[in-house]
Design a protein around this ligand. Structure first.
Ligand code: FE2
Ligand code: FE2
Length: 305
């Protein structure tokens, strides 16, 4: 899709980001583009791969992806998560439509190759279209369209490690089912014994809603959209990057029966996220009216972000 016209708010929203410079002890944007992480995950779970091949995921991770995980595991502490939830989950950044945000997210494509890389909106539509072709309900298709909109966090100035990456619970022992578990040694929470027991600050079967997962685009888009979507869709959005749980069955000791039932939907959603990228580019002109209808069915014109 060509970006000829920009909503005026996009220009305003982008302008203040230019000068944002956080003092860094290292380059906190090791990924050339955010999608490098998504591509790594898709390769990691390539269809037909055996469990043993999966265990060898490091072979699929290039040095930038590895560096990205090193930072993600080092900096995502319980304190950090609580701080970011306080900052973003009150949805105080103003009212915008879903479409305005989708176009804003599309400005993330700068470094990618326009011939081979799909734009952010194209990824969302490819995911949604794959769900639609399989005859799933409208809310499921909508979840596909919305699921990565939370990546606008990156445009708010958040470092890559606070936007994407496999999510994991903070405040309790790390599972070795999370990729690159060795990088957790550098996380300050590793030195806090009260956070390193199996349950940590939580209780058995306390329910995922009480667990503070590492912060990122999943949590943010869940918070923005939760009151407009059925619960199955909420779970899809909130936990789609929680691979240790939905692919490997880790952290079941924190889940309640309701989570167990709802994670079936997270698992149903995952293949569409992982495997729709290789498909043909969506014909935007043809399908946009359908998605405009779909979005209007569930959302008012503007919502809080
Ligand atoms: Fe995602
Ligand atoms: Fe995605």
């Amino acid at each position: 899709m060509k970006q000829t016209e920009e909503h005026s708010f996009l220009k305003e929203a982008r302008a203040p980001l230019k000068g944002v410079q956080v003092p860094l002890e290292e380059d906190q944007a090791p990924l050339k583009e955010l999608d490098e992480w998504d591509d790594f995950v898709a390769t990691r779970y390539r269809q037909g791969k055996s469990e043993e091949e999966f265990r060898n995921y490091k072979a699929d991770a290039n040095p930038t992806v590895t560096e990205f995980y090193r930072q993600n595991h080092k900096y995502q502490t319980l304190d950090f998560v609580l701080k970011k939830k306080a900052e973003y989950c009150g949805l105080t950044r103003g009212k915008k439509s879903i479409w305005e945000m989708a176009e804003y997210l599309n400005t993330l494509v700068d470094d990618s190759d326009p011939d081979t890389d799909v734009t952010q909106i194209e990824h969302l539509l490819q995911t949604a279209e794959a769900i639609r072709k399989d005859g799933h309900p409208r809310w499921f298709i909508l979840a596909g369209f919305l699921h990565d909109l939370g990546k606008v966090l990156c445009l708010y100035g958040e470092p890559q490690w606070a936007v994407v990456g496999d999510t994991f619970p903070t405040g309790c022992a790390y599972s070795d089912q999370v990729v690159f578990p060795e990088f957790f040694a550098a996380n300050p929470d590793s030195g806090k014994p009260e956070y390193q027991t199996q349950y940590g600050i939580y209780e058995q079967d306390c329910g995922m809603d009480n667990v503070h997962l590492s912060f990122g685009h999943d949590e943010y888009i869940f918070r923005v959209t939760e009151k407009y979507l059925p619960e199955e869709a909420q779970y899809m959005l909130r936990y789609h990057s929680f691979y240790a749980a939905h692919r490997h069955g880790a952290y079941r000791h924190l889940m309640n029966d309701h989570d167990e039932a709802m994670f079936e939907w997270v698992r149903k959603f995952n293949p569409y996220d992982l495997y729709s990228k290789g498909r043909e580019r969506p014909n935007m002109k043809e399908i946009l009216p359908y998605y405009q209808d779909l979005v209007s069915e569930f959302f008012p014109d503007k919502i809080d972000w």
